[in-house]
Design a protein around this ligand. Structure first.
Ligand SMILES: Nc1ncnc2c1ncn2[C@@H]1O[C@H](COP(=O)(O)OP(=O)(O)OP(=O)(O)O)[C@@H](O)[C@H]1O
Ligand SMILES: [Mg+2]
Length: 134
């Protein structure tokens, strides 16, 4: 079962904070501990920031997963921006086209249990992250 809890439109820094806080609240409700709440919130904050910086706008969808023993949170961050030409490159530490640290995507992967990146040039990017209750 997958239940959508909230959708946050992302266009600016305020929206990034909204998405971050919202995810944290749902994670807490689901029973995640403080450390995991922070991990999920930080991951979403990084992905939402990428939306604002590289795609200008997009959305963050927060959902609850209940697949038998696997219960947790799923967050889909998507945009209709320029896309990522080389996903493997984008996932490696230090790669940036924005003159930044290039740590957002590889850092996010370490904070969650599952991370899936879909992207097509000219169409957009969709990053799905999942974290399960232990
Ligand atoms: N939503 C997106 N649309 C288009 N390109 C993206 C998107 N997200 C990431 N990228 C590309 O992937 C690269 C790596 O992203 P990542 O978040 O790891 O680093 P960064 O944003 O450059 O720096 P940092 O997150 O450390 O400030 C980006 O520089 C950009 O080229
Ligand atoms: Mg980034």
């Amino acid at each position: 079962m997958r239940q959508v809890l909230e959708e946050v439109a992302v266009r600016n820094n305020t929206d990034i904070v909204t998405a971050r806080n919202s995810v944290r609240t749902y994670a807490k409700q689901m029973g995640f501990g403080l450390v995991d709440q922070s991990r999920i919130a930080t991951a979403v904050s990084e992905l939402a920031r990428n939306i604002v910086v590289y795609a200008k706008s997009g959305k963050v969808e927060i959902a609850k997963l209940n697949e038998g023993p696997k219960k947790g949170i799923e967050v889909v961050c998507e945009d209709n921006g320029p896309g990522i030409p080389d996903i493997e490159q984008a996932m490696s530490e230090g790669f940036t086209t924005g003159g930044s640290l290039g740590m957002g995507m590889p850092g996010t992967k370490k904070l969650v249990d599952e991370m899936n990146v879909w992207s097509e040039a000219g169409k957009g990017t969709r990053v799905t992250i999942r974290k399960f209750l232990k």
